[in-house]
Design a protein around this ligand. Structure first.
Ligand SMILES: NC(=O)c1ccc[n+]([C@@H]2O[C@H](COP(=O)([O-])OP(=O)(O)OC[C@H]3O[C@@H](n4cnc5c(N)ncnc54)[C@H](OP(=O)(O)O)[C@@H]3O)[C@@H](O)[C@H]2O)c1
Length: 244
């Protein structure tokens, strides 16, 4: 089982932590407020230990140094506060997206000179960034996770430049309940960025419900083969016009 450091304990970080402990992995989770603030979540995670998984809280530096894989589930604006040296040589599963209203405007992303994943890689040069879980809403993760071989299992896009790191993240994603789908390199990860053709609505069950109250949408399985088609047909977003 994998040692997983998770930085960020919000919707995505906690969602991945739940799936990871339930799958038997060893999790050390951190946030910006410190380990004490995570007592409730760790108590909840401890209830999911049937397969031998466990969780504890730590500092951001401890999470960065703990994992065979480190999950980043923080806003893009927080990436430049992360401990660069501690992540040196580490496989980093990045869930980040660029939301200008939250992260501030970033010239190279607006000008589509670079993808968000490449931008993150430049901020954390020693880390080995692999992109995943950035294009699925947090509440759709538990709703759609299925064991390997289930007929209604969904695919999940994974992009990265390093073969070994991508393989490790794919194996992790498989245990978390999704069929890994190779979406190419970090440069190609625009295919599943916000407003592309393969962002979060691909997992929506009912677009009307979703439009009224996105959290009320139950999610619909998306077979890996269909995800491959959607990724192939995706379009690059006009990032400079992004209004959220
Ligand atoms: N929510 C979704 O459905 C969703 C889906 C796909 C991708 N994403 C992307 O995933 C990332 C995380 O999103 P989220 O919705 O999980 O965010 P969130 O609920 O707002 O949680 C963000 C987490 O990051 C932590 N954090 C912020 N700055 C930090 C720093 N400098 N050092 C350490 N921890 C820090 C926060 O700590 P505190 O708890 O102490 O404040 C919090 O735990 C974002 O890039 C988002 O765009 C989100």
């Amino acid at each position: 089982m994998t040692k997983l450091g998770i930085i960020g304990s919000g919707a995505i970080g906690a969602g991945i932590a739940r799936r990871a402990v339930a799958a038997g992995h060893h999790v050390l989770i951190a946030n910006s407020r410190g380990p004490e603030s995570l007592a409730g979540l760790v108590g909840e995670l401890d209830e999911l230990d049937e397969l031998g998984g466990d969780a504890r809280a730590g500092t951001v530096a401890e999470a960065a140094g703990f994992g065979e894989i480190v999950v980043l589930a923080v806003p893009l604006s927080a990436y430049d506060t992360l401990p660069v040296d501690a992540l040196d040589g580490t496989t980093v599963l990045s869930t980040g997206n660029y939301y200008p209203s939250r992260d501030g405007r970033i010239e190279d992303l607006d000008a589509v000179v670079t993808t968000t994943a490449e931008y993150e890689q430049a901020l954390l040069p020693g880390a080995v960034i692999v992109k995943a879980f950035n294009n699925i809403l947090a509440h759709h993760i538990p709703a759609l996770a299925r064991p390997s071989g289930a007929p209604d299992r969904s695919g999940l896009a994974i992009a990265g430049d390093a073969v070994d790191a991508k393989r490790a993240v794919s194996a992790l994603v498989d245990t978390l309940g999704f069929e890994p789908v190779d979406a190419g390199s970090l440069a190609q990860s625009w295919r599943f960025e916000p407003e592309s053709g393969a962002y979060t609505t691909i997992y929506v069950a009912d677009l009307d419900t979703f439009a009224k109250d996105y959290l009320a949408d139950t999610g619909a399985p998306l077979p890996a083969e269909r995800l491959r088609e959607i990724l192939a047909a995706s379009h690059r977003a006009d990032v400079a016009s992004r209004a959220f």
